[in-house]
Design a protein around this ligand. Structure first.
Ligand code: CA
Length: 488
């Protein structure tokens, strides 16, 4: 019988050699975004070096928790009566809840690109997902020239770390450690088993600590909580930190351990019971992270943000987006409006609510603002520094207009209006009266449609064509008798 040690050695050897081959294999097709040339790297560094940091800034710690495919109404503070989420709810009672918060895409990967760069990801061609092994082998990922919030916060003297799902490219030039993060534990692709893989271990499901493949014995959400807690415990008072925790919960595969499933023993549908269990596990993980922050005495001057990358998918059949229409993949509200909570006891009044329009794009300018960073004008951001709203100085809407594009599907929100346009059809909704996007007012308000189309064209003229095409096979849905083709 082969010993466990030998098996482990063989596995590590295989993994290490395949990882090396992935980095060095000349036979692979050229990357869409190859590593930067030396002059390009120098230009990027010079841009980062030009960032000005005020020595007088409060420099709070920042913990950005990013859920995956969470249903809009699957946490207590956003309406769930089925899944207790006391730890996420507690962020609301000691922070600010945002009821009109959006991400920049209805799928995982582009949404992360917009979040981390503070720019519409279309500005560097990141319009479509990078969701299969083949796509990722083609070297698609976050344009290495793009500056991330981790680059900026590192420059501002923050200790930076990422724990969880990266999904912004698998090659070395896209790796979190090359995008401003000082440490990384997690996986680079779009999904991962939550259960220890054992004999199922194969190339596309690699976990890494920094660049090194590792195996994991814990339920993955528990493991990410452990790693995030370890990161917090390793911090000191004299240096601020930025921790990015993109859980893959509650993305497929739907898997949960008995510990969490047993909490929902009355739920008969097995799949539903599993998603509830996965959500509950993530809530526990949030609780462990907050507890670690409290135990270290960091609570007062730490921003804890709970956010989600896109709406709950319809194809699993078990997430709830509450009153919102459709879900992941679609530009209706169910795809792009997500829960957002920001806790920051030093500045934010507990239990406060912001009903204005905010976006994932706002995170980078907000983090820069609180860190005392003045961004150079050449470092473009499409977002707004939310500090005056967090402190209660302002109560108007942080943003007036937001845009989305996913191939042939277009959407704009301007004030109360939301327009979704596909070839040969336009929907216009008044979200103040109709959050569920049921009543199409396009024929009633042709002037509004024309105005929104004009503004959309102006925005569209500022973005790039997609750097790679969508998948050849398109999911398709009939909505109000109209074919809606999803470009993923
Ligand atoms: Ca997602």
């Amino acid at each position: 019988m082969i010993s466990r040690t030998l098996v482990a050695f063989l596995l590590v050897s295989i993994l290490t050699s395949s990882a090396t081959a992935q980095n060095a294999d000349e036979a692979q097709p050229p990357a869409v975004f190859p590593p930067l040339t030396t002059p390009q790297q120098a230009a990027k560094q010079s841009l980062i070096d030009s960032i000005d940091v005020s020595p007088a800034a409060q420099r709070p710690n920042i913990v950005l928790i990013f859920a995956d495919d969470l249903g809009y109404a699957d946490i207590g503070c956003f309406g769930s009566t089925e899944i207790p989420t006391p730890h996420i709810d507690a962020l609301v009672s000691s922070g600010m809840k945002f009821t009109n918060a959006y991400v920049t895409a209805a799928t995982c990967s582009p949404s992360r690109a917009g979040l981390l760069t503070g720019q519409y990801q279309h500005r560097f061609g990141f319009e479509f997902n990078t969701n299969s092994r083949v796509v990722e082998q083609l070297g698609r990922g976050l344009d290495p020239a793009a500056v991330t919030m981790a680059d900026i916060l590192s420059k501002a003297g923050y200790q930076t770390g990422a724990v969880g799902k990266w999904h912004l490219g698998t090659r070395e030039q896209f790796h979190p450690l090359n995008r401003g993060f000082g440490s990384f534990y997690g996986f680079l692709r779009g999904g991962h088993s939550y259960l220890p893989l054992g004999r199922q271990l194969f190339g596309r499901q690699l976990l890494f600590r920094s660049f090194e493949p590792v195996s994991e014995d814990e339920y993955l959400t528990d493991a990410f909580a452990r790693e995030a807690v370890d990161f917090v415990n390793g911090q000191s008072d004299d240096t601020p930190f930025f921790l990015y925790v993109p859980f893959n919960a509650v993305h497929t595969p739907l898997q949960a351990t008995a510990k969490y499933r047993n909490r929902f023993s009355k739920v008969e549908d097995s799949k539903r019971r599993t998603i509830y269990a996965m959500t509950s596990a993530m809530d526990d993980a949030v609780g462990r992270i907050v507890e670690a922050i409290d135990a270290k005495g960091f609570s007062e001057n730490t921003l804890v943000i709970f956010f989600n990358d896109n709406g709950g998918p319809l194809y699993t059949g078990v997430q709830s987006n509450g009153p919102l229409r459709m879900g992941k993949l679609f530009l209706f509200e169910g795809g792009v409006r997500v829960p957002l909570v920001i806790k920051w006891p030093a500045a934010v009044e507990g239990g406060s609510v912001c009903d204005g329009i905010v976006s994932a794009l706002d995170m980078l300018p907000t983090f820069s603002g609180v860190a005392g960073v003045t961004l150079p004008s050449s470092l473009n951001t499409d977002g707004v520094n939310l500090q005056p709203w967090l402190t209660g100085q302002r109560t108007d809407s942080p943003s007036e207009t937001l845009f989305w594009r996913n191939g042939q599907n277009k959407a704009i929100r301007k004030g109360k209006w939301k327009m979704v346009e596909v070839p040969n059809h336009v929907w216009l909704f008044d979200l103040e009266e109709d959050i569920g996007e049921r009543n199409n007012l396009a024929e009633e308000h042709p002037d509004v449609v024309r105005q929104l189309q004009r503004e959309y064209r102006q925005w569209e003229a500022t973005i790039k064509e997609p750097a790679w095409p969508p998948k050849a096979r398109h999911p398709q849905e009939t909505i109000d008798g109209v074919e809606y083709r999803v470009d993923v």
